[in-house]
Design a protein around this ligand. Structure first.
Ligand SMILES: [Zn+2]
Length: 463
């Protein structure tokens, strides 16, 4: 930055300092993109059928960051979205601790979201059961290396976004895209398999937050869509950012200099349909991108937002059903792949005198842009019922619910999905290393945390 620019920027910062920016007023906003593509083969997560390391790169993986607010008062808030299947709390906590020390960003003012692409590197957290068999040492080393590089990349993106803050105005609006379909096929109220359930609930809304500079140039477009990043199947073994990455590319191409950031809503039970082909992933990216571009073009239709954000976070435990008995684990230990592997691991833990965890750590975070809009960040692969219920119990038009945020400990099924059973309720838990399913009251616990964190001004008529 040249000295003249630096002086101009600090004058703007001073002018903004100590005031609570009103909706539509300029606030410091910075964006950054860091390439997080591994330049070596690495095992990918998402499909247990894949038994080889990645074979090339179809599209680059990115960490995309937006920093909002000056250093006065509570300080800036930073959101980083990564092209990966998951984000885990050890990584979020490591980045939060570095940012707190280096630039005094408070942990509740950092959100890290994963796009859930199923064509990204595995991370060295909770790994053993994903692949269903022990990993060769060299493959495990490369996963550990990538995990370190990713952690550094997220920090770098956050620091660059903070360093590049310039005055911009914020606004938001909501569009929609049509490619998400409910994937839970039911018969007589019970899950029978993956497919398309045309009667199942799905959230096709597409919220967008924009930051625009004083000359009317778009600097950032943060957008969400509640759908799995699973256009490509387990037979596709190249690194790829999927529809989320293609959507960002689409927006950035049409707005040179802008950074587009994709985050994913409560789409754990939604797949892009139809699926299986690279061209379809590109087409869904272009569909989401076109909707973002439409909202950017209709800028006057967006609601101005204040730049001062109130951030809160709550950590608590979600209870699991009783742990299976030793006899159950002995019986399950002979099963193939992940199920047998998890049972054998549990037996070893019991033999060492260790307890099998009976709860799963969980985190809910809220960012309130004044009374205008609140983002609710939920950890895990959250099914659509949570977005629907949060919408019912709050003032839905002012709420943006985000999944895959800050940690992905496993799927987060609702009471309904637990009753219906199936992948999101039961079998998926094995890959995440949980020996039993969730208790139905997790839905009320999560909703309770959301209500505790959100101020009453966001309560809806059905609370
Ligand atoms: Zn998933």
């Amino acid at each position: 930055m040249r000295l003249r620019d630096a002086v101009a920027l600090s004058l703007v910062m001073l002018a903004l300092g100590g005031r609570s920016a009103k909706a539509g007023e300029a606030v410091p906003v910075g964006v950054a993109v860091v390439d997080i593509t591994p330049d070596y083969p690495v095992r990918m997560t998402g499909y247990s059928s894949r038994q080889q390391e990645s074979e090339g790169v179809e599209s680059r993986l990115k960490a995309r960051a937006i920093a909002i607010g000056g250093d006065e008062n509570e300080g800036p808030a930073v959101l980083v979205a990564i092209d990966n299947c998951v984000i885990r709390s050890v990584i979020t906590d490591a980045v939060a601790s570095r940012l707190k020390t280096r630039v005094k960003v408070r942990p509740e003012r950092l959100a890290i979201c994963a796009t859930h692409t199923h064509c990204g590197p595995a991370l060295a957290v909770g790994l053993p059961f994903i692949f269903g068999r022990p990993l060769p040492a060299d493959q495990a080393d490369r996963i550990a290396r990538y995990t370190r590089e990713l952690t550094d990349g997220i920090e770098k993106a956050a620091l660059q976004a903070l360093a590049h803050r310039k005055p911009a105005t914020l606004a938001w609006g909501r569009g929609s895209a049509g490619f998400a379909a409910n994937r839970r096929v039911l018969k007589d109220g019970k899950w029978v398999g993956f497919g398309v359930n045309p009667n199942g609930p799905v959230d096709r809304s597409l919220p967008v937050l924009t930051a625009v500079d004083s000359e009317g140039k778009v600097r950032a477009a943060l957008f969400g869509y509640a759908c799995h990043c699973t256009t490509l199947g387990g037979d596709f073994n190249k690194i790829c950012a999927e529809w989320a990455g293609y959507a960002c590319d689409d927006v950035e191409r049409s707005h040179p200099g802008a950074v587009a950031i994709a985050i994913v809503g409560c789409g754990a039970d939604a797949n892009p349909e139809p699926r299986g082909k690279l061209d379809q992933a590109r087409a869904y990216g272009e569909a989401a991108g076109a909707e973002v571009r439409r909202l950017l073009a209709a800028r006057t239709g967006l609601t101005p937002l204040p730049g001062r954000i109130a951030c809160r976070v709550r950590r608590f435990e979600l209870p699991l059903e009783p742990t299976p008995s030793r006899e159950d684990f002995v019986r399950l230990a002979s099963k193939p792949a992940s199920e047998g592997m998890l049972a054998r691991n549990c037996l070893e833990r019991l033999d060492r005198g260790e307890a099998i965890p009976t709860t799963v750590p969980y985190v809910v975070q809220t960012w309130c842009f004044g009374d205008e809009m609140a983002m609710v960040f939920l950890a895990g692969e959250v099914v659509v019922d949570y977005a629907i219920r949060i919408g019912w119990e709050t003032d839905a038009p002012r709420i943006w619910t985000v999944g895959y945020a800050n940690d992905v400990p496993c799927y987060i099924p609702s009471r309904r999905v637990l009753t219906e059973g199936g992948y999101e309720a039961d079998s998926s838990l094995i890959y995440y290393g949980h020996a039993s399913r969730f208790r139905p009251e997790i839905e009320d616990r999560i909703l309770g945390a959301v209500h505790d964190l959100l101020p009453p001004v966001f309560d809806g008529p059905r609370r």
